[in-house]
Design a protein around this ligand. Structure first.
Ligand code: NAD
Length: 356
């Protein structure tokens, strides 16, 4: 199936978590398709520069507020009357979830309930894509990929909150949504992503870029550890494919979907850093391995066969291309090209790739 997202042209689409990393890329993509985009989120965190770099505050209908407040969520729905909702808002960091478990549970579970309630009461919404995470699966330290019907659960507050959000979603799906003729909903699960405009702390790509810009060595603490690398546009194309299938009433679309990279994209951190230096054109690496570092749980791999066979989704950018596009984003912006122009052109290239 060739994915053509023209179905979203002129559609009123609400993106929760619009000020975040994925939300900013998604809003830009939807603007490019010609959707009427509304956003709902907290004000961007100081390090979340992409929302401002893309000037989304002035280009979408942005509403600031807290998803933990049910009245606020309802009022945003009343103002924006969305036809499609893509729910990304979350306390999205595992590390912060250890520091603030209550905030994580309140945002990711109770906030999710507020959103589902607003949907239950809305007559306008036709499709909901509810984003959770690959971490919603109970991590059994398996080597092979988790499938959509595998056991849910989490050993840390973030993972548990995402598993719980899935369970709450299922209750709404089976109690209220499944019987509606005019509305369909699905959940989606993806893992860590890379891409231009991520300025978070303690993440390998932004850390590399900061070092490359300042001329300092890139310091690698876990050079041999491997990650399933995936460009942000890959899961976003998955979310849009699901939204389209829901609007089309495609059989089986109102279910759970994994959007994970192919196994050959699992590569060591060192390879990513070396590739980043090569594309940047200059830079040095230094290993600083901490002998007392905590043991890292094996990262989950997602089985992606369901999305491939039913939605016709597949990963378009392999490891090399994903890193290249990511580093080029920062390089071009650092040399003065407008972030909007760079982002748009990468989205255009990706959409071109989707036609093949
Ligand atoms: N980025 C990844 O690698 C990754 C991996 C797996 C799953 N996810 C999931 O994808 C979604 C987006 O991730 P991201 O990386 O863009 O996260 P992010 O931290 O960059 O953005 C989170 C967004 O949620 C909003 N938000 C947080 N608390 C809120 C509240 N109380 N009320 C209203 N809005 C609130 C923030 O304002 C922000 O817009 C999240 O649900 C996350 O759990 C992300």
């Amino acid at each position: 199936m060739k994915n053509d997202f023209s179905i979203f042209q002129g559609k009123r689409i609400l993106v929760t978590g619009s000020t975040g990393f994925k939300g900013s890329w998604l809003c830009e993509w939807l603007l490019n398709i010609g959707a009427e985009v509304s956003g709902f989120a907290l004000k961007p965190k100081p390090y979340a520069l992409l929302f401002e770099q893309l000037d989304l505050q002035n280009r979408i209908d942005q509403h600031y507020g807290d998803i933990r407040d049910a009245e606020t969520v309802l009022s945003v729905f009343n103002k924006t009357k969305p036809e499609v909702v893509i729910h990304l808002a979350a306390q999205a960091l595992v590390r912060d979830s250890y520091k603030n478990p209550k905030e994580t549970f309140d945002t990711n579970i109770a906030g999710g309930v507020n959103l589902l309630e607003a949907i239950r009461m809305s007559n306008d919404v036709r499709a909901l894509v509810f984003i959770t995470s690959d971490k919603c699966y109970y991590n059994k330290e398996w080597e092979w990929g988790y499938r959509e019907n595998d056991e849910l659960g989490g050993k840390d507050p973030y993972s548990a909150s995402k598993a719980a959000a899935e369970i709450v979603f299922t209750a709404y799906q089976e109690s209220y949504f499944r019987v509606r003729k005019d509305f369909a909903a699905a959940t989606t699960r993806a893992g860590n992503v890379i891409g231009g405009g991520d300025w978070s702390k303690d993440r390998i790509v932004p850390d590399c870029i900061r070092s490359l810009i300042s001329g300092d060595d890139i310091i690698l603490r876990n050079p041999q550890s491997t990650r399933p690398w995936q460009h942000v546009l890959e899961p976003l194309s998955g979310y849009l494919s699901v939204a389209k299938a829901l609007l089309d009433n495609a059989p089986g679309s109102a279910s759970a979907w994994n959007f994970g990279p192919d196994p050959e994209n699992v590569r060591p951190v060192r390879e990513l850093a070396e590739k980043a230096i090569q594309i940047w054109g200059t830079g040095n690496l230094r290993d600083e391995i901490d002998p007392n570092a905590l043991h890292e749980a094996n990262l989950l791999m997602l089985a992606n066969e369901k999305a491939k066979s039913i939605l016709g989704w597949r990963a378009r950018w392999n490891f090399d291309h994903a890193i290249e596009q990511t580093v080029l984003w920062y390089k071009k912006v650092n040399k003065g090209t407008s972030p909007i122009e760079v982002t748009r052109s990468q989205i255009k290239d990706y959409m071109q790739e989707m036609k093949t």
